[in-house]
Design a protein around this ligand. Structure first.
Ligand SMILES: Cc1cc2nc3c(=O)[nH]c(=O)nc-3n(C[C@H](O)[C@H](O)[C@H](O)COP(=O)(O)OP(=O)(O)OC[C@H]3O[C@@H](n4cnc5c(N)ncnc54)[C@H](O)[C@@H]3O)c2cc1C
Ligand SMILES: *[C@@H]1O[C@H](CO)[C@@H](O)[C@H](O)[C@H]1NC(C)=O
Length: 428
């Protein structure tokens, strides 16, 4: 009997997980199995909820060693890069060793209004800024830093909600963070959040793109959520501004993560419509004929980060871009991002493509082969166990919501473990 090869992407020969170090493979298998079991999830979700939302010191994993150990071993280490420089840099190095083009690193701490020093604006902003300064110290040229604007404290949150200008102190720090990142050749993306904040986040990010995305380079990226009905029009609006003003638009495209709490009428009625919107926007951007833009005039410069775990979307995008490049047609810069602890099979499939075409490129010195090499990034979060709890809660929930998908990932891990066992016995 031959080893069941993981349900794999069609464009490669080796099973995708073959690049993953064995200890990581085993841990991922274990955790993903737990998270894709409705019964185990039913037991652990309420517990995690209590730990995440209790003000009690006793339940704070940073203060209670027993709880800290449990949360750490079970989910933290799977989804989070680490709590400080040593641990995070080890994870980053591991990702690059596996073959990722780079990482996207975000600071997981979120602003919570009940944090104690309510209204101490200066302290909030300073903590927020220091978190991102540390983030930048842990990554290097070519990497991304992921920034959550709402994390900057009460006055920022208030300005976002009320569609105002950014608070001066916070904005000064934001600009200085961006300048520092640019000096280190680190790109910055701004996360998309709930709809009561997002229109203002878009406007503030426009200010940043306008300032930093000159000379044909996308340095700042804004996030667009394809599940919103308004998104195609919204992208068009910014494309027009970018074109008129002559800067490059950085687009990170996601489906959207706030469906549980969002006003439902803003979101596509069915998930199929969201899929259609997502894939449609990708195709229009790649082909450079975005509906509403005059094709005969010069097209705006765009760079696209496809932030998704959906295999169909990723394969489609790659296929479209490949055919455009092979036909010598113009297209845009395309990169891929997936979250740590999720979609390892898909990430690794992309990496294999990288390696395959990388080799060919070295042999043929062919510029086209290099262009065809997909650039895959792993998106990591860092922070203490306590700081990461809200982030972890969302990841656990997301995995539980998509049991059919995580189930497929479990099968993938299982067959790769099986393949390795057989190979090691065969070698004896
Ligand atoms: C690197 C990275 C960065 C991200 N950054 C952000 C961010 O800044 N902001 C943000 O909001 N999200 C962000 N996300 C999360 C993202 O929005 C998705 O929640 C997540 O990635 C799942 O979508 P998918 O494309 O991976 O795959 P799929 O599994 O194909 O997406 C399906 C998901 O779409 C959702 N959905 C969308 N529309 C509908 C609908 N009409 N009906 C029912 N369900 C619907 C469901 O929750 C479902 O689980 C990020 C994801 C990645 C990988
Ligand atoms: C991925 O997207 C496609 C449409 O592009 C959809 O049919 C499929 O169900 C999605 N996969 C998952 C696992 O959500």
């Amino acid at each position: 009997m031959s080893a069941p090869v993981a349900k794999s992407l069609t464009y490669k020969e080796l099973p995708p997980l073959s690049l993953m170090p064995t200890p990581l493979l085993l841990r991922s298998y274990l955790i993903t199995s737990i998270l894709s079991s409705p019964r185990l999830l039913k037991l652990s979700m309420p517990l995690l909820n209590i730990i995440a939302n209790s003000p009690s010191r006793f339940l704070n994993p940073d203060k209670n060693p027993a709880i800290g150990f449990l949360v750490r071993k079970i989910i933290y280490e799977h989804f989070v890069a680490g709590d400080g420089e040593a641990a995070v840099m080890k994870t980053v190095a591991q990702m690059k060793q596996v073959g990722f083009q780079g990482v996207i690193l975000g600071y997981a701490k979120e602003y919570a209004a009940d944090e104690g020093e309510v209204g101490n604006e200066e302290l909030d902003v300073r903590r927020w800024k220091e978190g991102y300064e540390k983030t930048m110290d842990m990554i290097g040229p070519g990497d991304f830093m992921a920034v959550k604007l709402s994390g900057a404290g009460a006055s920022t949150l208030c300005a976002l909600t009320n569609k105002q200008q950014p608070p001066p102190q916070m904005w000064t720090e934001m600009l200085s963070l961006c300048h520092a990142a640019k000096a280190k050749d680190i790109r910055v993306w701004i996360d998309a959040e709930q709809q009561d904040l997002q229109p203002t986040i878009d406007e503030w990010t426009l200010l940043l793109m306008r300032e930093f995305n000159r000379n044909g380079q996308a340095f700042m990226y804004n996030t667009f959520q394809a599940y919103l009905k308004v998104t195609p029009r919204n992208i068009l609006k910014y494309l027009k501004i970018a074109k008129d003003e002559g800067w490059t638009m950085g687009i990170k495209l996601v489906r959207g993560a706030y469906i549980a709490t969002e006003r439902r009428d803003l979101i596509h009625d069915t998930i199929e419509e969201t899929h259609e919107a997502y894939n449609g926007i990708v195709e229009d951007l790649l082909r450079q004929h975005y509906p509403g833009l005059d094709e005969k005039k010069r097209y705006p410069e765009v760079a696209l980060m496809l932030a998704s775990h959906n295999e169909t979307s990723i394969k489609n995008a790659y296929a479209i871009q490949k055919s455009l490049i092979e036909q010598g047609k113009p297209t845009i810069k395309l990169e891929y991002g997936q979250l740590q602890g999720m979609a390892d099979e898909i990430s690794c499939g992309l990496l294999q493509l990288c390696q395959q075409s990388g080799k060919e490129a070295a042999e043929k010195q062919n510029e086209m082969e290099d262009k065809l090499r997909p650039r895959a990034f792993k998106c990591l979060a860092w922070g203490s166990t306590q700081e990461c709890l809200q982030f972890l809660l969302r990841r656990v929930k997301e995995n539980g919501d998509a049991v059919s998908r995580t189930g497929a990932w479990v099968m993938g891990f299982r067959s790769e473990i099986w393949r390795r066992m057989k190979a090691s016995f065969g070698a004896d």
